[in-house]
Ligand binder design. Structure first.
Ligand code: PRP
Ligand code: URA
Length: 211
């Protein structure tokens, strides 16, 4: 079974509490999501492999470490996942970006895919799939499915979100047990409209000022 981790770094927790507040406007919400994503990149990349490399400092020759594993692709689930991309690329600037467009039908809560555009070498890369919200898990499951359909392996995927519901975590883990999940918070439950309680509301609307 892959990793499930709640990122309890105090800066992450503090910033997440800030954006849960319904009175926080679009500008501050967007800036803070970006900052949290940057801190998440630090945590999510923690297990990336290293190899020895020779380097000559102004003082002496020495053997040190550099990244050795697969190159990274960040895959936001549109729209709300876009809010996490810049924060992640601040730490991993060479990452390529792939896009999966998905919207959740408000009545059925079922996701609908409307756009997929991925780097050509996506199957060779370590994938960080990003979306602020993991609610029923439908969108994450379909996004992982879209990547698998194109040859990507579950073990090369990490899913990173800000807030998860227990229902969504359970659904993703039972469908794709080899995908690591990182969240900043595991909230209580979903309400009758499929929103996470207490959550932070509709992440896409709050990021982009719609509604
Ligand atoms: C939100 C969110 C996730 C999805 C989570 O997107 O960003 O993608 O809902 O819900 P689920 O786990 O039940 O599938 P939404 O469909 O509202 O689209 P948006 O990002 O364009 O606002
Ligand atoms: N999508 C959101 O943006 N928020 C939720 O609480 C659930 C799904």
């Amino acid at each position: 079974m892959a990793k499930f981790e709640v990122l309890d770094h105090p800066l992450i927790q503090h910033k997440l509490t800030m954006i849960r507040d319904k009175n926080v406007g679009t500008k501050a919400f967007r800036e803070t999501v970006r900052e949290i994503a940057s801190l998440m990149a630090y945590e999510v990349s923690r297990s990336m492999p290293l190899k020895d490399v020779e380097v000559e400092t102004p003082i002496a020759k020495t053997t040190q470490k550099e990244l050795a594993g697969k190159k990274v692709a960040i895959v936001p689930i549109l729209r709300a996942g876009l809010g996490m991309v810049d924060g992640m690329t601040e730490l991993i600037p060479a990452a390529k970006i792939g896009f999966i467009g998905m919207y959740r039908d408000e009545k059925t809560l079922k996701p609908h895919e409307y756009f997929v555009k991925l780097p050509n070498d996506i199957t060779e890369r370590q994938l960080f799939i990003v979306d602020p919200m993991l609610a029923t898990g439908g969108s994450a499951i379909d996004a992982i499915g879209a990547l698998k359909k194109r040859g990507c392996k579950e073990k090369n995927m990490k899913f990173a979100c800000l807030v998860a519901a227990p229902e969504g975590v359970k659904a993703v883990r039972s469908t794709y047990p080899d995908v690591d999940i990182y969240t900043c918070a595991l909230d209580d439950h979903l309400n009758e409209n499929g929103y996470i309680v207490p959550g932070l509301g509709d992440a896409g609307d709050r990021l982009f000022g719609t509604k």
